[in-house]
Design a protein around this ligand. Structure first.
Ligand code: KG4
Ligand code: ZN
Length: 342
């Protein structure tokens, strides 16, 4: 017998069915990710009903595979964690019902986890977290700056007023005829083009940590539309470089400003767009010159996965946060208060 705490964590908020076994909140014993991207590609985005169906098809085998790869059985597991929200409600419910069934059948504690808390805690699986810190969340559904003075304390100091940054990437990619999800394609192209377009940088009011990307997205779409009407040749790589430079400049500028205003020297970046090469490069440069320690999970932990949910769940487990069998999905779950409201 050892003293380790093993959490089985389930994530099904969007288009990845993922189950992981996490030891002591920072060691990945297994992390199985069943991606639906191939299936959603033909629709140019995630179709909620199709996503739910794939989760139903994949959840049981994914749980079995996660246990097998971790060389454990359900008897070894101390608690079951699951993403409660935010996300697609039908997709969330598949993971929640599977987690509830396991918790009930094996008489284990059930821990509800906020998806964004999971993205932040992905950092604990690789290099740890040192408080106070600022977290920059950049995903397909979220763009947020969060101040954390300690574990499980989340203060949202800025958020997008319209599109999430990943959403803007996907829409611009679609206008260029690139496959879903478009972010990685734009990222690749951006490394080969020139910044020829002079797209806007939207800073909003002085000292605001909010973001707005819909104006930039419209500027790109309008520019392409005008060029097509005039039969001008469009160099996709130049569009990608100009768009990405605008996004990166604002994200980096606001994140560093937030670190200075809140007097913290640790910046954590999380979510699917955190794997963007332009963002990573600029952040490392600027953070070095401002003496800010930069923590970004490796690419496989930036996109949705069960391991990050297990990492966050460990601290909820230590704080006696538990759900009962009435646990329901919440597509608009509030990050600042979810711990108190359980
Ligand atoms: O965090 P995530 O896997 O799912 C959500 O919770 O939303 O993020 C997915 C988003 C998509 O919009 C995708 O295009 C974007 O992350 N993304 C990227 C890159 N890799 C994924 N965006 C820009 N550059 C990338 N390298
Ligand atoms: Zn996510």
């Amino acid at each position: 017998m050892t003293n380790e705490t093993l959490i089985l964590a389930v994530e099904s908020s969007c288009d990845e069915t993922s189950v992981s076994v996490i030891e002591n909140g920072n060691q990945i014993r297994s992390n199985i990710v069943l991606s639906q991207i191939e299936s959603h590609k033909r629709f140019g985005g995630v179709v909620p009903e199709v996503a739910s169906r794939h989760h139903v098809e994949g959840i049981t085998t994914t749980i079995d595979n996660a246990l097998q790869e971790a060389h454990v059985t359900m008897d070894d597991i101390d608690a079951i964690a699951v993403t409660q929200g935010p996300g697609l409600i039908g997709a969330l419910l598949v993971g929640i019902n599977a987690a509830k069934a396991l918790a009930y059948a094996y008489n284990k504690p059930l821990i509800p986890v906020h998806h964004i808390a999971g993205h932040i805690y992905a950092n604990n699986l690789e290099q740890g977290m040192s408080f106070p810190l600022i977290a920059l969340i950049v995903s397909g559904g979220h763009t947020e700056l969060i101040y954390m003075k300690d574990h499980l304390s989340f203060e949202i100091i800025g958020e997008t007023r319209d599109d999430a940054v990943g959403e803007a990437y996907d829409k611009v990619a679609r206008t260029l005829g690139l496959n879903y999800p478009g972010g990685p394609h734009i990222d690749r192209l951006a490394n080969t083009g020139n910044d020829t377009y002079d797209f806007p940088r939207v800073w909003l009011e002085k000292d605001s940590f909010d973001f707005s990307f819909s104006g930039l997205k419209s500027a790109v779409i309008n520019a392409l539309h005008n060029q097509r009407q005039k039969n001008e040749t469009i160099i996709d790589a130049d569009v990608a470089t100009s768009f990405q430079n605008s996004v990166v400049e604002v994200l980096v500028g606001k994140a560093v400003q937030a670190c200075e205003t809140y007097n913290v020297n640790e910046l954590i970046v999380a979510g699917g767009v955190a794997s963007n090469s332009g963002l990573r490069k600029e952040l490392s440069k600027v953070c070095r010159s401002h003496n800010i320690h930069l923590a970004i999970p490796s690419a496989k932990l930036c996109t949705d996965n069960g391991a990050m949910i297990g990492a966050a769940a460990h601290y909820l487990y230590l704080n006696n946060v538990r759900a009962d069998m009435t646990l329901n999905g919440n597509s608009g779950l509030d990050l600042e208060h979810f711990v108190d409201e359980v």
